[in-house]
Design a protein around this ligand. Sequence first.
Ligand code: GTP
Ligand code: MG
Length: 459
Amino acid sequence: MTKIRVYQLAKKLGMSSKELMTKLHELDVNIESHMNTLEDEVVDLLTELINEEKDSKGKNNSNSKKSNVKDKREEMQTEKNIIHIGKKITVKDLADKIKVNPTQLISQLIALGVMAAINQEIDFDTASIVASEYGYEVKSIQVEEEENEKIEEDLLDFEDDPETLQPRPPIVTVMGHVDHGKTSLLDAIRKTNVTAREAGGITQHIGASTVIVNDKKIVFLDTPGHEAFTSMRARGAQVTDIAVLVVAADDGVMPQTVEAINHAKAANVPIIVAVNKIDKYEANPERVKQELAEHGLLPEEWGGDTIFVPVSALKKQGIDELLEMILLVAEMQELKANPNRKAMGTIIEAKLDKGRGPVATVIVQKGTLNVGDAVIAGTAHGRIRAMIDDKGKRIKKATPSMPVEILGLSEVPDAGEHLYVVENDKKAREIAENRKEKLRTEQLKATQKVSLDALFEQI
Ligand code: GTP
Ligand code: MG
């Protein structure tokens, strides 16, 4: 005959093992652990006694037995402390949540047949059983998680009704080998002088800037030419509509030129070649064409479809023609977005500013981003406190394709993370917490595993 254990009976009677143990002691039944099995007679006696207690309570309140049970349940629900956990939780985190000493919790787990160290994980069922011993009810956050994931998917994949779409400026990424003149070319376009200000002349991050050509806006992203920035450059291509490949006419195709071609091709982005430094004596634009043709970029005059524009960033030659070509290619793409929806964008760079806290540059891709919006980006969340455009001006709204600096995030997000607006701060925090929990779980999963077989064997 199968015997029932204390904790199993407690669960059946809707009470904690502790309460049941107290009852047993009152009845002079000597029980040391809730893992002990109980004699049939004791079980009968206890069940009877507890039901009687419930009955008498019901009579006092002149309620029916049925509603009494219901009341009791509701009472328990409100009385019981409810905690939310994911599929797994570390012993330490659970101890924190139910406010017990981790060592005590470990002993409880051992009593249940689960050997777990303080930093090890136990699964949802085990956590529920031990937590119930302390009067806590455990609820799964998985449902919430799934709900949030659904929100994310909806936001990212949400296709806007074609009628809601409006033209947006092209986002152009300037790519190419180190020192081939990307920043200088952008300087010539912006007519400012960023190169002189950069430490050592090497672009350290993706700078974003907006220029107006013939009343039309173009957004430019500068990318670093150093090898260490390969992954960031790959991300640069993801928000890009057009890639301008800068190749120095005196140097020709170099490793990072090829890399840039591959990134642009992988992102399915049209490439416009700017053959730079044509002012130089050693310049050989024909050689550049030859070398690029070998990488699948065939110039129009050779029967291909790649636009080549000879330029000199230094002498500001060919700049207008290059801009014209960019607008032409952009026009063919018919770039559109719905500005009247919750915003979604991509973080292109982020840093921790001493005075202002986490600062991130975002390219808005859909919708309009507003000061005051609750946002999430990776595990960073927050309410947008302020927005600054590429000219350093404070703005209240950012429409599709606009690069903006945002303040108000809880932490520095990674470049390449999607940023999107959610209904409120609470939701943003919740999604961030869930993502953090998930990350933690994944990290732990890689190092530790706890078997619950022992527990199931005993039940
Ligand atoms: P990274 O950001 O380090 O990848 O470099 P970059 O591609 O942005 O090159 P940058 O604009 O910093 O230019 C590198 C050097 O080339 C600088 O000394 C420029 O003055 C020089 N340079 C750029 N464009 C031209 C040009 O058209 N003609 C000549 N003669 N020199 C140029
Ligand atoms: Mg540069």
